[in-house]
Design a protein around this ligand. Structure first.
Ligand code: OOG
Ligand code: MG
Length: 256
């Protein structure tokens, strides 16, 4: 920990609380490393925990080509999820509670047994109690949703919210399930779960490895988000957004 990390975590937190976009931190601090960025993220999430929020899991980011192309960053990132980010399935969210929110379809994993370090896909899946259709709400704290890998990592990988559907049995083939994203009944994006690294279980394997590298582990009850399956959709009031994952069901939320 150092003063620069603490100061940047505070600025990112303030931007979120004020719902006001800020300049990219790498413009002012081009020498920041990826390790610095994760240190800032850790402090940023710690501030939220000091306000009473509880860690509920981990989000993977930039695990699909569609997402990498949309934001112009071609390396995986991860972030921390807290209970304050949970949004009610079938509920509403207020557009003006965020800066420039976007929703994206994802696959959620429910961890049943501790998982950490180098694991195989089979080991990762044997630690999973359930899988569910989900959407992630991303809301970059940076102006115009523009960032480098180090910027977005410091900003907790744009994490702002998640909507998780009913848990389904994990002992099924998840490798190539159809994905449909609809806004007010019109299909705007389609994909396959194979969009996530060729097999979405690889996102969970990566999460276990990255958690261990950060000195953490996935615990029973944790949620792991796979990363966006398609480009994210920028929200406007009046929209109902629904993500359907083949065999798993759907999740939806309305924007006011
Ligand atoms: C960066 C976070 C990426 C995903 O699912 O790929 C992400 C962003 O899009 O703002 O959440
Ligand atoms: Mg995401």
């Amino acid at each position: 920990m150092n003063a620069l990390h603490t100061g940047l975590a505070e600025r990112l937190d303030a931007a979120m609380l004020a719902k006001k976009a800020m300049p990219q931190i790498t413009l002012e601090h081009p020498a920041l490393t990826l390790a610095d960025a994760y240190a800032i993220q850790s402090l940023l999430v710690h501030r939220r925990q000091q306000r009473g929020e509880r860690r509920i899991g981990m989000k993977m980011g930039l695990t699909s080509r569609a997402k990498m192309l949309q934001v112009g960053v071609n390396q995986m990132s991860w972030g921390r999820l807290t209970d304050a980010m949970l949004l009610e399935e079938g509920g509403v969210l207020a557009r003006d509670a965020y800066i420039h929110p976007r929703l994206e379809p994802e696959l959620a994993f429910l961890i049943g047994k501790p998982l950490s370090g180098k694991v195989t896909a089979a080991q990762a899946m044997s630690a999973v109690d359930g899988v569910a259709p989900a959407m992630e709400l991303v809301d970059s704290r940076y102006r115009d949703f523009k960032f480098t890998l180090n910027d977005v990592v410091a900003d907790n990988s744009s994490a702002a919210g998640l909507v998780v559907g009913s848990w389904c049995r994990p002992d099924q083939d998840l490798t190539n399930l159809g994905v449909v994203l609809e806004v007010n009944g019109s299909v705007i994006e389609t994909a396959s779960t194979a969009a996530i690294l060729g097999n979405p279980v690889r996102a969970l394997v990566a999460a276990a490895r990255l958690a261990a590298e950060a000195g953490e582990s996935l615990q029973a009850g944790d949620i792991v988000m796979s990363g966006g399956l398609t480009a994210a959709h920028a929200l406007s009031p009046g929209e109902t957004v629904r993500a359907t994952l083949q065999n798993l069901g759907f999740v939806s939320i309305s924007v006011i």
